[in-house]
Design a protein around this ligand. Structure first.
Ligand code: NAD
Length: 544
């Protein structure tokens, strides 16, 4: 897709022009016979801050998708032969480029998501941080490993890790840069090719990252972007790749898992949540209130890790609520390309309608709106005030479904046990936050909460920012983990090679079989005793 338009600015984004966005759209993979190369079936992309069209990207069809995967597969064969250290170097260079090119990336992010620049910068910061981790850890995690052989001196066992091939990454609109790269970068570092399908609302950030990967030295064809609606592009992608890394809603995640299961390919699913935040009686309530504001209203609540249900032990509830409402009312709304606003816009009309209907439903069931509770179309078409509710019925939509907006329900509970029981009363299990003056107790309580990540005296960064530790959900919040070695190794097949030093491991010819059986059992008993002895010595040494 190309344009003859003059270089006019798009929206109010300082660094972007229509021509630049068209240039990025040209990076979408299109097959010779597909829709992408002739501009047919293009889809409009709108900027939420103004609700105006900012550009068009191809609506790829099944032919485009399978041709993109084929091209990626060709490129992957030689990429797998490149050393893990060299691959890591390219990842590192890419991280540096993202940091260097941040102004344009931030403009793209704000333009297509409507988020505030503060939120955009938090998101962008994740990309070089993740690259730096992957670059330093991937070569070690992927290295060949010696394991215990069948018996000492008899045979060796060595494990190698092979890339799965082509990884399909399907990412959402809420953190389009971070959530594309958190899955794509480790896949590339592990020797795979990647075909990325960004959300149809937010294709430009992904395309700009594709450009930077090329500048960083990633070989041609290894990273492809296909754009279009999920139900059209997703299924042919899953049918063609060797692994799918999906981030999005639980409903879509189930269809992805079904299809991956039918194709017998691996998948990781990072899905929705309805996350709890617990405040104990001994918490510093001002700190907890500041933390709750971050937990509930970052990215206007459109964050999978956002807290939506707050349980406060009765003795601290009034004081906490006062502080939380005060902090919430101090937040500013806006869509400017500066750092003035705390919260930006919701992503579109559907998202605004969902938030409004959840608040309305809670109100109709008797909830009190302590602050907020209104759309702010005077700021931008899809802005909504940060909202605090109390008296929410347990079966209200806000209490049991994911709102994915700036709405938090505060409920008093008698004690810590009741708070944990309420926190666990959900089919989801993504993220939780616990606030207490006693960190050790907080960590103990965290182990009772059924979530993949639990933060003590922090909203979500203590776990999300710990990129060496796995991140993912229990229950309806997903399958598999990103971050840490787990996030790299999911994209590999292991191959175990056993080498016998004594010929075939079967009954020997020259010893009567009953002698051999007796000898073999005696040897394994001796082996077990020696192992127990060694284990005991290790235990004693570790206690010192
Ligand atoms: P969604 O499931 O509708 O869309 C996510 C992606 O899937 C998009 O790229 C979309 O085009 C694609 N898609 C849609 N239908 C598809 C299909 N049939 N086959 C293949 N792909 C398809 O999600 P959404 O509602 O737009 O995103 C918000 C959701 O994502 C929330 O539930 C949020 O909690 C979740 N999320 C989870 C995490 C996490 O790490 N756990 C992170 C961010 C967002």
């Amino acid at each position: 897709m190309s344009s003859t338009d003059p270089p006019t600015a798009v929206g109010a984004a300082p660094t972007l022009t229509a021509r630049r966005l068209d240039g990025l759209a040209d990076r979408v993979f299109s097959s010779p016979d597909g829709s992408g190369d002739d501009g047919d079936g293009a889809i409009d992309v709108s900027g939420p801050a103004t609700d105006e069209r900012i550009g068009r990207v191809p609506a790829c069809d099944a032919d485009d998708v399978s041709a993109a995967v084929e091209r990626a597969r060709d490129a992957q064969t030689s990429w797998a032969e490149v050393s893990a250290t060299e691959r890591a170097r390219i990842v590192d260079r890419f991280g540096d480029l993202v940091a260097d090119r941040r102004e344009e990336l931030l403009d793209v992010l704000q333009l297509e998501t409507g988020k505030s620049r503060r939120t955009a910068v938090e998101e962008l910061f994740d990309v070089p941080t993740g690259c730096s981790y992957v670059a330093s850890e991937a070569p070690g995690a992927l290295a060949e490993e010696r394991r215990r052989g069948v018996a000492p001196g008899v045979a060796t066992a060595t494990v190698t890790r092979e890339p799965v091939g082509v990884v399909g990454v399907i990412s959402p609109w809420n953190y389009p840069l971070t959530l594309s790269m958190a899955d794509a970068i480790p896949a590339l570092a592990a020797g795979n090719a990647v075909v990325l399908k960004p959300d149809e609302k937010t294709p430009y950030g992904a395309l700009l990252l594709a450009e930077l990967l090329e500048v960083a030295g990633l070989p041609d064809g290894l990273f492809q972007v296909v754009t279009g609606e999920g139900p059209q592009v997703g299924p042919p992608l899953i049918d063609a790749v060797d692994y799918v890394a999906f981030t999005g809603s639980t409903a879509t995640g189930r269809t992805i898992a079904e299809r991956a299961g039918r194709n017998l390919i691996g998948c990781s699913l990072e899905l929705g949540g309805n996350n709890p935040l617990v405040v104990l009686g001994d918490a510093d309530v001002d700190e907890a209130a500041r933390g709750a504001v971050q937990a509930c209203f970052s990215n206007a609540g459109q964050l999978c890790l956002s807290a939506e249900r707050i349980y406060v032990v009765e003795s601290a509830c009034d004081e906490f609520l006062d502080a939380f409402v005060r902090e919430t009312e101090a937040l500013t709304l806006g869509t400017g390309y500066d750092y003035d606003a705390d919260l930006g816009s919701l992503v579109d009309a559907d998202q605004l309608a969902r938030v409004e209907s959840h608040v309305e439903d809670a109100r109709e069931r008797g909830a009190t709106v302590e602050t907020g509770g209104r759309a702010r179309t005077d700021v931008a078409p899809y802005c909504y005030e940060p909202t605090v509710l109390t008296g929410v019925e347990p079966d209200a939509a806000v209490a049991c479904e994911e709102t994915f907006g700036p709405v938090a329900a505060v409920t008093a509970v008698p004690d810590a046990d009741a708070a944990v029981a309420a926190a666990n009363d959900s089919p989801y299990g993504l993220n939780a936050s616990v606030w207490t003056g006693d960190r050790e107790r907080g960590a103990e309580l965290a182990r009772e909460i059924d979530c993949g990540t639990v933060n003590v005296n922090d909203a979500f960064l203590a776990t999300w920012g710990a990129v060496d530790a796995p991140m993912g959900g229990f229950g309806d919040s997903g399958l598999g983990r990103r971050h840490g070695p787990e996030g790299i190794l999911r994209y590999t097949e292991t191959r175990t090679v056993g080498v016998s030093r004594v010929g075939p491991l079967t009954f020997p010819d020259r010893i009567p079989t009953d002698w051999f059986v007796r000898g073999a059992f005696a040897a394994t008993r001796l082996g077990r005793r020696m192992r127990r002895g060694v284990d005991e010595v290790r235990r004693r040494l570790s206690r010192r």
